[in-house]
Design a protein around this ligand. Structure first.
Ligand code: NAD
Ligand code: WQD
Length: 351
């Protein structure tokens, strides 16, 4: 299944949650990969685990560079010594609450970092990018499923960075039509590699549902706060479109292939979701079933800014990228539990 010509891909943020899973798939598909990551929200052990998973031969095709996109010199150093066929741009900060408390940090990191990246790519005539956008650009959608041509709006500074970066991508393409940019709007990425060797390892107390459930299951946290039991949904809890991180990883391969083969791609957005909605309480049950652990819950008021029900229309990605999610919530919970059970304290052992 290797690609016929060995293409060289720069992966920013490749030490992170979605980055590591995508790098494994890229290497398996025959790509050469260079990661740039400042390890702000990740650890080098994650990259070591990627090497272990792909084995010594493919590992030779992976290069790790510790660097920060806010320093143009760090990016320049990479482009000056090798040619990249495309960039997959994951690097960014993603905690909604932190972005509200410290918007300057988010605008500096996510916007300045990305602009530096575009500048350097342009200088070295590398004009293909897959960008990590988010379903957050739909805000609180008026109807569901979310279609790519819905009106876009942001609810918080993190969301604004994604919205601005989408607009910046569209402006760059409008001014210089030779750019090919795929904007991937992820819904709620969860799960882990089936080996249980790589997975999500958030610093501090998790903000997101699945890492929180996982930490309750391994005894790091006492109970899950369920934010809202009075939504107009099947069981009163909010509904999201959870997507297995390995499906997401494969979505990036499909997007890359599209960039390489479709000169008319321009700057195009695709949803990466399953198209199915799952409530918080359904997710808790599915995790209990997969892990055999009871997850104690406490019903709490709604979390401010949360939407009632969000899920993707997946038609465009299916039709144009030839990509469709394979996994359901049972596999997501199975793999998340396998990761948690084997690594209850994440990549680092408990001190
Ligand atoms: P992550 O934090 O695990 O990975 C991001 C990586 O980028 C980290 O390793 C971090 O150290 C690195 N990084 C951050 N700023 C950097 C900088 N200035 N220079 C170099 N490296 C930097 O997050 P993730 O979940 O893997 O998310 C990847 C991307 O997908 C992000 O852009 C995020 O906003 C987006 N996204 C994530 C989700 C989600 O729920 N996980 C949903 C939608 C979109
Ligand atoms: C899911 C549901 C919570 C934690 C966020 C970002 C979004 C995107 C994905 C990056 C909600 C409920 C959660 C908990 C709970 N990220 N919940 N107890 O809010 O859909 O999306 O991550 O782009 O931008 O906003 O994901 O996992 O935080 O929450 O009841 O301890 O779980 O209220 O209904 P969300 P989430």
């Amino acid at each position: 299944m290797g690609s016929s010509v060995e293409q060289n891909i720069l992966v920013t943020g490749g030490a992170g949650f979605i980055g590591t899973h995508t790098v494994v798939q890229l290497l398996k598909e025959g790509f050469k990969v260079s990661i740039i990551d400042n390890l702000d929200n990740s650890v080098i052990e994650a990259v070591d685990r990627v090497r272990e998973l792909v084995g010594p031969d493919l590992s030779k095709k992976l290069e790790f560079n510790e660097g920060d996109l806010r320093n143009k010199g760090d990016i320049e150093k990479l482009f000056s010594k090798q040619r990249f066929d495309a960039v997959i741009h994951f690097a960014g900060l993603k905690a909604v609450g932190e972005s509200v408390a410290n918007p300057r940090r988010y605008f500096d990191n996510n916007l300045v970092g990305t602009i530096n990246l575009y500048e350097t790519m342009a200088k070295y005539n590398c004009k293909m990018m897959v960008f990590s956008s988010s379903a957050t650009v739909y805000g609180q959608p008026e109807t569901i499923p979310c279609m790519e041509d819905f009106e876009l709006k942001a609810m918080n500074p993190y969301g604004r960075t994604k919205l601005f970066l989408e607009e910046i991508a569209r402006d760059i393409h409008a001014a210089e039509p030779e750019w090919r940019i795929v904007l991937l709007r992820y819904f709620n990425p969860v799960g882990a590699h089936e080996s249980g060797r790589i997975g999500e390892d958030p610093k501090g107390i998790p903000n997101n549902l699945m890492p929180y459930i996982q930490q309750v299951a391994v005894g790091r946290l006492p109970e899950l706060n369920v934010y809202g039991d009075d939504y107009p949904t099947k069981d009163g809890s909010a509904v999201r479109d959870y997507i297995h991180v390995m499906d997401l990883a494969d979505g990036h391969i499909a997007a890359l292939r599209k960039l390489f083969t479709d000169p008319k791609i321009g700057c195009t957005a695709y949803n990466l979701g399953t198209g199915r909605g799952t409530s918080v309480l359904e997710m808790v049950s599915a995790f209990e079933k997969a892990s055999g652990k009871k997850i104690p819950i406490k019903l709490c008021p709604r979390r401010s800014g949360d939407a009632t029900e969000v899920y993707a229309s997946t038609e465009k990605a299916e039709k144009e990228l030839g990509w469709k999610a394979k996994y359901g919530v049972d596999e997501m919970c199975r793999d998340q539990w396998n990761w948690a059970n084997n690594n209850p304290w994440g990549y680092k052992k408990k001190l």
